[in-house]
Ligand binder design. Sequence first.
Ligand code: F0G
Length: 460
Amino acid sequence: MNQYHAEPYKIKMVEPIKKTTKKERKTLLKNAGYNPFSLRSKDVYIDLLTDSGTGAMSQEQWGALMRGDEAYAGSHSFYRLESVVKHITQYDYFIPSHQGRGAEQVVLPEFVTHDDMVFISNTHFDTTRAHVEIAGATAIDCATPEAFDTSTYHPFKGNFDTQKLKKLIETHGKENVAGVILTITNNSAGGQPVSLKNLKATAQIAMDNNIPVIIDGARFSENAYFIKTREEGYADSDILDIARETFALADVFLMSAKKDGLVNMGGIIAINNDETLYKNVRSRLVPMEGFPTYGGMIGRDIDALAVGLKEGMDVDYLAHRIDQVRYLGDQLRHAGIPIQYPTGGHAVFVDCKAFAPHIPYHQFPAQSVVNELYLESGVRAVEIGSLLLGRDPKTNETVDTPLQFMRLTIPRRTYTQNHMDVVAEGVKRVYSKREQLKGLTFEYEPPVLRHFTATLKYVE
Ligand code: F0G
């Protein structure tokens, strides 16, 4: 019996990809400053940099593009997407934005009413953290301790630490907590899910303290699938019902639609009940993202999203999606390679602190593994560790973290199981010579979001 759910689709159009030689990749990587962000995609065989906007659209989505209404105001496309978003969330208001960070930049400042406010999240995604800080507040992460123990099984490593949350609210004073942000799934902790039990407990604490609850739900459907398959009492529930139970806990839903929306670009803001907040966000949106019925999106993309949101909740699609990630994770685990276990929704996170313990955090062990994987097999992964975290604003030192990950991020409906085998073989080859891996240091370090454009060199 096949242990993994196969693809519930067949392939109608293909995009050629090309292998390079190891010799070519040596030069290409050197020219990219030992930072794969600077590689051209044509020089990458299998691109696992991100699952954001990199998936394949369905025939229904391509068909929907033809219906796109490019009216500046009040387009059909807007109303079609609005009805889908309202159907799923059961919220009163919907506003599109060009992508997730577009939604963050117009919504988060609304909650910052005075100095010294904080947002508390299970883990803020980097752009969410950046927009919290731009709004003049501080972002505090409050992940469950299990998230940091990569090798021990826990079904919901994305959870909030609710005890810590209570203490944080007490320490900062409830009037200084601008919002509690539920990130589902918890990307930075390994694409790990959050249980409904934990979401409910967290929302209750926020409600008891009059603190707004915001869902950062880029991968809400994947989270719902994990609840269905791992949480007691939900095996017979539909993904839609689980999603609705989740949305019922919050005041606002922000979504980078480039993930579970199955589109290449787009974002969603949905607001429950609060008309004043809706009007304020709408006003802020106009100068930043555009008129409220397009919000930085193109009419045809809005239509593709209206279809993609529903497809993203299809249980057969999700079963295969989550299993493809698990399949890659299993290949690595069976070879003794340390990963965040169990695998999460959108990626396999390789624990590079354990993979290359001889490289200290400030020499970026995960970046060293990422580079070697590209050299070995032409696969592009991404570092999620101290290189990405940057420097502490107070001490100016590179931030240390126990989570030094190489993220192998799987685009949706894009690669086959054979591709996963190529990736696994590559990682195994790097693992077999892990003692020879060297640390890295900066040749050029940009002042903000340094990982994107930094150039690096090896420490001799
Ligand atoms: N929130 C989460 C949880 C995300 O993972 C992302 C993006 C965003 C917000 C921002 O959305 O990119 O549409 O502006 N994550 C991508 C990634 C970039 O690679 O994990 P965006």
